[in-house]
Design a protein around this ligand. Structure first.
Ligand SMILES: C[S@@+](CC[C@H](N)C(=O)[O-])C[C@H]1O[C@@H](n2cnc3c(N)ncnc32)[C@H](O)[C@@H]1O
Length: 500
């Protein structure tokens, strides 16, 4: 097979450049990047959502093609014209400039070295640029120490597979996980990140939140699950603008918890860069905690150093990937009366199982999700003799939706769970079960065996509220996303004990 390596058709090293732009503008998704570059600081026109969505769609295609400069009305072209203006406004005071032709055709390292030295730390170093470590690195560039309990041990992919169950944790534990997660966020079939962020923005402006953070009992914020730096930035900005108007206020305690170092690091890099740029860093005490949030015992000193009330957030539908009972009990053990507990989740509408299935097939059967689930399994697949070629097996990812009593994945009644699975040959799987799990050796069979890769649950609104309320929390309000009426932030507070 011959490859044409000479002339890339799209923007050269576009993935690396896209990531650099997101980091520079402190944006997690391509949608947010488009919004910032095209409208940053300006009023949004009425049709802006459509324009930004279309621009984000174009930006996703620039690995294979370049924006067409002879068509200045196209959103992709408008994005790059605005980008050139924005970057030059920042670069020119230092005597340098950038032009988009160079940006499209030259490697990322060329662009990086055209950035004025004073601003270079805002961009990631080129992957292959052999950039020497700068001995004058300022303390601004030193990141926070990750907090990790002594003796903490995290399961490896191999250990998890040996248990015979593919746990969603593994998808976040590979070195590529943060990148793969951002690709999922950016895929057109996955609008949930923006939907959740829009509902969050509404909540951050409402009375329940404003009263909570301005109260004298407010003692910090805890984010359960990284991977959403722009949501962290919005929450921090809202707390700082409301609470810390007074110079003498103590720093805001903001703890971000994730068992994945990679996910935590990626989020902290973005949040830290944003705080450094806005000069707000001294006002925030960021605490990245490597920990499984299914058991937070012993973390009170970190999470609640002042002993006052904290707000717990679990956003982006993460609750739909985990055991809800275990999770709510874990928070219930650590929460104090008066704490807020905010759960971002998608609810089920009136659609039939078939319609829901059709909708979800396209959402979950795309390249980004496929890369996301395949990465941790690739190494183990052949070793485990699961059978067949992994890429072929993943070409046939099955998407199913289980509802009601059939739904073994969720503890919440009437929930609908999407299940992603692949079929492996029964022979390979039986050999694996025999070798690793000590199962009896099976006769060779033509039947295939299903391996569940990922589950994601959406909820009946009333049942979810009842489920959480029965465990001691009281619903304060639900905030609906302006982008999808089925996506909501459920806002609870913990009742004084005994009032369940
Ligand atoms: C779906 S992703 C990111 C969602 C993101 N927070 C949002 O709002 O869009 C879920 C994140 O939660 C983390 N996570 C999942 N289960 C966890 C657990 N039991 N303990 C700690 N982190 C967990 C994963 O590592 C991953 O970073």
């Amino acid at each position: 097979m011959r490859y044409n390596t000479l002339k890339p058709r799209g923007i050269r090293e576009w993935n690396e450049k896209k990531y650099a732009l997101k980091l520079y503008f402190h944006k997690t998704s391509i949608f947010e990047l488009c919004k910032e570059v095209m409208y940053g600081g300006k009023d949004l026109p009425g049709n802006s959502y459509g324009i930004i969505t279309s621009c984000a769609g174009s930006l996703k295609s620039y690995n294979d093609k370049k924006p067409n400069p002879s068509d200045p009305g196209r959103v992709g072209q408008i994005f790059f014209t605005s980008l050139e203006e924005r970057l030059n406004k920042d670069f020119e005071p230092f005597g340098s400039s950038v032009n988009m032709t160079m940006f499209f055709d030259e490697p990322y390292s060329e662009f990086y070295f055209s950035v004025p030295e004073k601003l270079r730390s805002k961009f990631p170093k080129p992957r292959n640029g052999h950039v020497p470590i700068d001995p004058t690195t300022s303390s601004d560039q030193i990141h926070y120490a990750m907090l990790m309990p002594r003796g903490a041990k995290f399961e490896t992919v191999r250990e998890g597979l040996d248990r015979g169950r593919i746990d969603q944790k593994f998808y976040y534990l590979t070195p590529e996980s943060a990148q793969h997660w951002l690709e999922v966020v950016d895929s057109p079939e996955y609008p949930q990140y923006e939907e959740c962020k829009a509902a969050l923005e509404c909540f951050l402006q409402d009375k329940v939140w404003q009263e909570f953070i301005t109260s004298k009992n407010f003692g910090g914020i805890v984010l359960l699950g990284a991977g959403a730096a722009s949501k962290d930035i919005s929450i921090i900005e809202s707390a700082l603008s409301n609470k810390l108007k007074n110079e003498n206020e103590p720093a805001l305690y903001y703890t971000l918890i994730d068992f994945s170092n990679n996910m935590l690091h990626a989020s902290f890099q973005e949040v830290d860069a944003s705080l450094t740029d806005s000069g707000q860093k001294p006002k925030v005490n960021l605490r990245p905690l490597v920990r499984d949030f299914m058991d937070l015992s012993g973390t009170t000193e970190i999470i609640r150093p002042s002993g006052k009330n904290v707000a717990w957030f679990i956003l982006g539908g993460t609750i739909g990937n985990i055991n809800e009972e275990e999770f709510i009990q874990s928070i219930r053990r650590e929460a104090r009366a008066g704490d807020l507990f905010i759960i971002g989740a998608e609810t089920v509408g009136a659609e039939t199982r078939e319609t829901m299935r059709d909708l979800l097939v396209s959402k979950y059967k795309n390249t980004a999700v496929r890369n996301f689930v395949m990465a941790p399994l690739r190494a183990a697949w052949h070793d485990l003799q699961i059978g067949g070629d992994i890429s072929r097996a993943f070409d046939k990812i099955l998407v199913d939706v289980t509802v009601g009593k059939e739904n073994i994945h969720s503890a919440v009644p009437r929930a609908a769970t999407v299940e992603l699975s692949v079929m492996s040959s029964a022979k390979g799987f039986a050999a694996f079960m025999h070798r690793v799990m000590g199962a009896p050796r099976l006769q060779e069979s033509k039947d295939n065996r299903k391996i569940v890769l990922l589950t994601s649950t959406r909820y009946d609104e009333i049942e979810l509220v009842r489920f959480v309320a029965r465990r001691g929390f009281q619903l304060q309000e639900t905030v609906t996303s302006p982008l999808n009426s089925l996506y909501k932030q459920f806002v609870f507070s913990l009742l004084p004990s005994g009032k369940i």
